[in-house]
Design a binder for this molecule. Sequence first.
Ligand SMILES: NC(=O)c1ccc[n+]([C@@H]2O[C@H](COP(=O)([O-])OP(=O)(O)OC[C@H]3O[C@@H](n4cnc5c(N)ncnc54)[C@H](O)[C@@H]3O)[C@@H](O)[C@H]2O)c1
Length: 317
Amino acid sequence: MPRLYDSRKRILVTGGAGFLGSHLIDRLLELGHEVLCTDNLFTGTKRNIDHLHNHSRFEFMRHDITFPLFVEVDEIYNLACPASPIHYQHDPVQTTKTSVHGAINMLGLAKRLRCRIFQASTSEVYGDPSVHPQTESYWGNVNPIGPRSCYDEGKRCAETLFFDYHRQHGLEVKVARIFNTYGPRMHPRDGRVVSNFIVQALKGEPITIYGDGSQTRSFCYVDDLVEGFVRLMDSPADFTGPVNLGNPTEFTIRELAEMVVKLVKSRSKLEFRPLPADDPKQRRPDITLAKTRLDWSPTVTLDKGLPTTIEYFKGLA
Ligand SMILES: NC(=O)c1ccc[n+]([C@@H]2O[C@H](COP(=O)([O-])OP(=O)(O)OC[C@H]3O[C@@H](n4cnc5c(N)ncnc54)[C@H](O)[C@@H]3O)[C@@H](O)[C@H]2O)c1
């Protein structure tokens, strides 16, 4: 249901031409808000927002958040950042700058406007966790100097900045720690496990599994995640997070591969390769906090979410 005009907000979504950002924008427009989408189109694409081209409450601005931005809005969702290892390791210095300078610029804007600001943080702040599943009180096990550090430490530093702006300037911050999410509009060449397996299965190529495939992951469907974003943004001012958002149902990488092959009806075979450095062995969110404070939990199971994702990838072929 669209909201009434008096509750309509002007909302800035950074990284809005990306996978998660474009779905968030669809939802915010559905709710009746005005959306300003900024993106430097590094990993995002105009195709993800093409359908909004003539929407009267939507505007796109090409902008890199490592530079200051001066606009008038009522809320900010900060999603801009390359999210997959292939992309964030392409230019690691720029990745850290996007997380850290980007956070400083967006927090500065929120401070000037006295508006709420949401940060898309990540389960990667837990690194290779020594506790399982991860609760928000776990401080993580992160390598500060490895090839994934530009992302993991960048996101950790961004969280630090969000909480310092909250404590020092009284800013209303909302920090979500996002776990593996999948769905239509994922980048087809981002090297992430779900998109990799689907693309390989559709082409009938071998499905590459790193390690023996016994490492586990949890997969959240994008619609569930976006619902969590909106609930967190609308939560009472005293609830800052960090809050885990993800699907706690665990699958081994091998199980995922087998499910994709079956759904695609592919002739692809599984192929095993060495595990890359710092690859976490287990990752599963404890979502008790999200359940209690946001009344949120995922509703889309993998067997329901994968077919729509596969359809999307078929359309790209
Ligand atoms: N998808 C997931 O499973 C997942 C998991 C954890 C965290 N996240 C976080 O969620 C956010 C969105 O991720 P996504 O999966 O949609 O990735 P994505 O790559 O599809 O989207 C990120 C967007 O940010 C843009 N961008 C990158 N650097 C920028 C910069 N300096 N200035 C402006 N725009 C910039 C990209 O062009 C892209 O459109 C990211 O912050 C990511 O770290 C995602």
